[in-house]
Design a binder for this molecule. Structure first.
Ligand SMILES: [Zn+2]
Length: 583
């Protein structure tokens, strides 16, 4: 239950309703715990833009462009108490109120990344980062430093040295073995096509000169005829496969590492797309210990049948108030476009005779999926290709027709990447949310058209077409495969340009979103996608005190200088009334 004095809330609501929000009566009002002043506040508490992006008349937008619609926010406990002018907000100041002068920073409703993999992000952060490290000496020095805090015998993994740049002087085990004798060490490269290890890693992997090397791989030998420690291409697997699965403690620490990073990057909630039994149990433990700094909206992996059956029995968790909410099943319907696994209606343009894989062939359990739907779960189904999307929509539609109540569960298609024009209107008709990653469009644009050809590309990453057809959207990063920085996300969504601001004018620029739409897709619309539109998504009295503060104004920059988004920084993240990150 919410820790809110209901009577006080009713009195205060009455107060707001009876007198203008600009003139609170401090004699009746409550005391704020936190007041943010001198801010550029965009409440998003105005009508949604039209489907073509046209700004609504009650939005804070005029001939001069966008301007903030408030300058201060006061919170009390877990909720927003007041939003309006500096002077009026200060009327809620009491003895214990913390007042923060934001000096012109921008405040928007708490950001949501509605498709993430936080255990994966944490694992990545937990490895020693070797990106941009110039020499073997420097890389080994970083491992020596890490070894000081890792119990002897435990693996240390470094990742990110550039196998292209280092190709003329590949390292071997010698220096690493000498410097780090008591830990098995694996040094993975930036793209995973090369790796080296120390002697302890070779021993742990049971590798000798006689070990068979996988097809397409290479194991280098030293002048003594023994493995040098360096492996190439498929050979890297020989070392990689020897790393034991992380312990529960390690996984817990990695999740915390990842979720704290999300807090530092301005997110007040994340949706985790596909959790198994052990991961769910770790999340439940973290929630019980009150250790989650950011709200977690969990999606159960349909691949974990035992876990799904357990949840079908107990039913979805509709207590949207807790820090961990579980009411979604993540299904996997087809592969990815880059590796030509996405299922297409017709042949790949760059591989005649090939259409990818989907459904049963991809391990999708249709029966279990239908059972979860009937038990009241939201389904979030990964679908990339136009056939993958059509079949996924067909499957959802079939269950909805047989059980009309399942239509209420706001099913989602994750990625919704390539959709036939015939299917685009079906999402809106069936109430299916398109859950998409603007950065993917920017990262895939160099080869996506080769895979799809000039016609199908028009239905790819088609945010505007989907919105105009009546589909609801939510935007996200799908990290750690993609950079989750909100500034990159907003930049991609608003400009359809990559980090180098290419191509000029934007890639298929008619699919761009406006600033109003893009910010909503990472906040207001994500709140809808998780059934929280009454509690969060806008800044208004009585809503959750979930706020993101940044040093750039996305509304003004979208018109004036969208490239400047990429240099934006998060100043503060407030979740449930608590400051979970402060720069
Ligand atoms: Zn994903």
């Amino acid at each position: 239950m919410r820790q809110m004095n209901l009577l006080a809330a009713v009195v205060f609501l009455g107060l707001v309703a009876s007198c203008a929000e600009d003139h609170p009566d401090p004699t009746k009002a409550e005391t704020a715990s936190l007041i943010l002043t001198n801010a550029r506040v965009y409440t998003l508490n105005w009508d949604e833009p039209a489907l073509d992006g046209t700004v609504m008349p009650n939005a804070p937008h005029d001939e001069g462009g966008w301007h903030p619609d408030a300058e201060a926010v006061a919170t009390q406990g877990r909720e927003i108490l007041f939003v309006g002018s500096n002077d009026d907000a200060m009327k809620f100041k009491g003895e214990s109120t913390r007042v923060i002068d934001l000096a012109g920073a921008t405040v928007i409703p708490g950001l949501v990344d509605s498709h993430t993999h936080i255990f994966g992000l944490g694992a990545l952060l937990d490895q020693v980062n070797l990106v941009d490290v110039a020499t073997e000496e420097a890389a080994v020095a970083l491992i020596v430093e890490r070894a000081k805090s890792v119990p002897p015998g435990e693996w240390i993994v470094g990742r990110g040295w550039d196998e292209g740049a280092w190709a003329n002087r590949y390292p071997d085990k010698a220096m690493l073995t000498l410097a780090v004798p008591n830990h098995p060490v694996f040094m993975d490269s930036l793209h995973g096509f090369a790796g080296w290890g120390n002697q302890m890693a070779l021993d742990a992997a049971g590798i000798s000169a006689k070990t068979e090397v996988p097809v397409g791989g290479e194991m280098r030998l030293g002048s003594d005829g023994q493995p040098s420690g360096l492996f190439l291409n498929q050979g890297v697997e020989m070392l990689r496969a020897a790393i034991p699965a992380p312990s529960r403690e390690t996984l817990t620490n990695q999740f915390l590492l990842g979720i704290r990073q999300m807090a530092a990057d301005g997110y007040t909630a994340i949706h985790d797309a596909g959790l198994d039994t052990q991961q769910m149990s770790i999340l439940e433990e973290l929630e019980a210990a009150d250790k989650l700094p950011v709200r977690v909206y969990a999606m159960l992996s349909l691949r974990d049948e035992e876990l799904i059956r357990k949840w079908i029995e107990k039913g979805p968790d509709t207590d949207t108030d807790s820090m961990l909410v579980t009411r979604t099943v993540k299904a996997y319907y087809d592969g990815a476009l880059g590796s030509r696994g996405a299922r297409l209606l017709y042949d790949y343009a760059d591989q005649p005779g090939h259409r990818g894989i989907s459904g049963d062939g991809y391990g999708f359990n249709q029966e279990l999926n239908a059972e979860a739907m009937k038990a009241g779960f939201q389904i979030a189904v990964h679908a990339i290709g136009d056939a993958g999307n059509r079949e996924a929509i067909d499957i959802l539609e079939h269950v909805i027709k047989e059980n009309p109540s399942t239509a209420r569960n706001r099913h989602r298609i994750e990625h919704a990447q390539v959709i036939s024009p015939d299917d685009i209107p079906r999402l809106g008709q069936l109430g299916i949310i398109a859950s998409m990653e603007p950065p993917h469009a920017m990262e895939d644009k160099t080869w996506a058209e080769e895979r799809l050809g000039p016609e199908r590309i028009l239905g790819a990453y088609a945010w505007r077409s989907l919105r105009e057809s009546g589909a609801r959207l939510t935007f996200n990063s799908d990290n750690p495969g993609s950079d989750h920085t909100i500034f990159y996300g907003l930049h991609s969504a608003i400009t359809r340009q990559d980090k180098n601001q290419q191509p000029e004018g934007g890639w298929y620029a008619d699919q761009r979103m406006t600033a109003d739409e893009a910010v909503r897709a990472y906040s207001t619309w994500s709140a809808y996608a998780s059934f929280r539109e009454d509690e969060t998504g806008i800044i208004a009295a009585d809503r959750w005190a979930d706020l993101t503060v940044m040093d750039v104004d996305p509304f003004v920059l979208a018109d004036d200088n969208p490239g400047a988004f990429l240099g934006g920084r998060i100043i503060m993240t407030i979740v449930d009334g608590k400051i979970v990150y402060e720069r």
